[in-house]
Design a protein around this ligand. Structure first.
Ligand code: SF4
Length: 368
């Protein structure tokens, strides 16, 4: 489903964003540009505009600068092995942890049931696998509260309380007409986002939620609830950063589980990843001759996006590939072999780190 000219963004669907500009105009997401210089140690996802927008991020910058307590809240819906796109959210959580945040990492098993029909016993097994990835990507469990929605009564209690603050008309305006379970899971997510501000976790504090822009409806609902229940809990409306959505390897606007050729997972066989990369859509021309004459189109190329989003941290190296592509100095076949080398060496190293984090993940989830 397209996003119907941005009328409603569907956080549970396959919304594709055709114009980030419209998000600024229609939903009041703010541009992050003018705050970038205030953020210490800017990783590539900030330098390159992959995080492009925010709500109230000034509050987080201030907390970092003044060394005040703040939280980063995010999580994962356990529906299967983590695909390459989720690296970004996990790197953002780790980044904010390094800036001083306490991380709240939610395993959204209620949402996995409501949206995908995955029973809790199965999502527990998947969550373990996902958590191993998160630890391998640098999540520091000593400065994180990691929990399952279905087991966290404080979150469920908040959802019940929040239900008094939302009418059916409001929730339909945000999400469109969906089954009641999804509306309930949206209230649970609001509970997740505001959990760090309960007195059990030290009380109100700035909280940043790094998300793909398709998750903005949850942020809007939660900020509205934070205002409504401010008197009772003292909530500070949560801040959010928004990242762009990486396109699928098949050239589609978004990686989708419905098409395995559009993505690969962090636990996938190396041969399978190589096959997908070699068969990926590119921004190349119809013939080698034409590409040498006209140059490629890295702006449309999923291989280039993989470099830009995840796999090439060095800006000079990325620029070199961009220019060589634009000038027709490299052809896609040759560049895909380079992509295979870069991506598979990352995945091999990641899979090695995973093997060192299995027991830790089991211990965190109480599965030892
Ligand atoms: S040369 Fe590389 S970056 Fe350029 S279009 Fe081909 S695969 Fe993409």
């Amino acid at each position: 489903m397209k996003n119907r000219d941005i009328g409603v963004i569907d956080p549970w669907g396959s919304t594709s964003i055709e114009s980030y500009e419209k998000l600024f105009e229609e939903f009041g997401i703010q541009r992050i540009d003018r705050l970038v210089d205030l953020i210490p140690e800017r990783p590539s996802f900030i330098r390159r505009g992959i995080i492009f927008g925010h709500r109230d991020f000034e509050r987080i910058v201030e907390a970092v600068v003044k060394k005040q307590s703040f939280a980063v809240m995010s999580g994962i819906k356990p529906t299967g092995p983590l695909h390459v796109g989720t690296i970004l959210t996990l790197r953002e959580i780790v980044f904010f942890q390094k800036l001083g945040a306490t991380a709240f990492y939610c395993i959204a098993d209620i949402e996995a049931y409501e949206d995908n029909g995955i029973p809790f016993e199965e999502s527990e097994r998947i969550a373990l696998d996902n958590l191993i990835d998160a630890l391998a990507l640098g999540l520091d469990p000593s400065r994180a509260y990691i929990y399952r929605q279905s087991k966290e009564n404080l979150v469920k209690d908040l959802a019940f309380i929040f239900a008094r603050g939302v009418t059916l008309a409001t929730i339909e305006a945000i999400y469109g007409v969906r089954h009641m379970g999804l509306y309930m899971s949206a209230l649970i997510q609001a509970g997740d986002i505001l959990l760090p501000q309960l007195k059990e976790f030290g009380g109100p504090k700035p909280t940043v939620v790094p998300v793909g822009v398709d998750q903005d409806p949850h942020i809007r609902l939660c900020r509205d609830l934070a205002h409504k229940f401010r008197e009772k809990f003292g909530f500070i409306p949560p801040s959010a950063t928004y990242h762009k959505i990486i396109r699928g390897l098949d050239g589609s606007p978004k990686m989708s589980k419905r098409n395995p050729m559009s993505y690969f997972t962090l636990t996938e066989d190396i041969e399978s990843i190589e096959y997908k990369l070699r068969n990926a859509f590119t921004g190349g021309r119809a013939t080698a001759k034409e590409q040498r004459r006209l140059g490629g189109e890295p702006e449309k190329c999923p291989i280039y996006e993989l470099y830009k989003f995840f796999f090439i941290e060095d800006d000079d190296k990325l620029l070199d590939i961009y220019l060589k592509c634009k000038n027709g100095e490299i052809l896609c076949g040759e560049d895909k072999e380079f992509a295979v080398e870069v991506v598979t060496s990352f995945i091999k190293e990641h899979q090695r780190k995973r093997s060192m984090n299995v027991d830790k993940a089991r211990e965190i989830l109480g599965l030892l």
